[in-house]
Write a protein that binds this ligand. Sequence first.
Ligand code: CTP
Length: 319
Amino acid sequence: RAEVVINGSSLPTVVDKSNESIKHSIQPASSKWRHNQTLSLRIRKQILKFLDAEKDISVLKGTLKPGDIIHYIFDRDSTMNVSQNLYELLPRTSPLKNKHFQTCAIVGNSGVLLNSGCGQEIDTHSFVIRCNLAPVQEYARDVGLKTDLVTMNPSVIQRAFEDLVNATWREKLLQRLHGLNGSILWIPAFMARGGKERVEWVNALILKHHVNVRTAYPSLRLLHAVRGYWLTNKVHIKRPTTGLLMYTLATRFCNQIYLYGFWPFPLDQNQNPVKYHYYDSLKYGYTSQASPHTMPLEFKALKGLHEQGALKLTVGQCD
Ligand code: CTP
């Protein structure tokens, strides 16, 4: 047994070698869960020692100019030049400046959402965060439609939009982006050199077609700061997933945080198969040594926080 210690308060999380022990005891959505305001505030305060979501959510225009050289976070020897397009899309002020929401939903991409009927509940939250341009229209009953912020790892362009090889795929991406309708599009552009062209393609598309999105590009320090926070609390993650990044950021501007679609296991609580993503046929890859993520470990930490009332995890059906 190990403990997540958040500012003096011990949050028990089971840390053992198998993924089995942690997943059976999450209560159904309807069971008694109470928000622990004191703990949420304490967590927010502690995270603020590592990062400030208001600032770290995006590099701002005033801090870069076209031609500036940036070293990729995971490929320190590789660099990129800030292009004119990227510069144009940098926000002038933080998209989260002075923002506070009573309740936020963070929607992960696990297949556990399928047949959950959670769409309506998700859409009632004041701020809804989604990951990696996951589709919503066809899954609205289970995942909802409201989107205030959506992330886009550059790899999504390859995985879900065939690297925009032809006009059909470019049009598909364009439609998805138009569907965002003014929400924040969060693009980790400075992580790895492999994303260089993909980020540029998307930037060019947004500008050319005047897509109504508010682009944001996370700060160079965000990833290490988030990892630092969790490591300090004895959660030994390799590289935080998008979902964990979003939770960590959300603690700054959300009073209550509800997580849906977080379930990095191939079987549900009743031993039924669960797809890795609710919308595609990607397989469970994080178990390989090569994967940068340690999702089950993250899940254990989040489950510990759920049990303490700092966040609410829904892994079954909604009422
Ligand atoms: N997630 C989960 N269980 C799954 C799939 C996803 O808990 N079976 C959560 C993770 O927190 C993940 C988020 O949902 O970060 C979004 O899913 P995905 O788009 O797969 O996330 P990434 O972390 O960006 O994965 P990758 O680095 O492979 O792109």
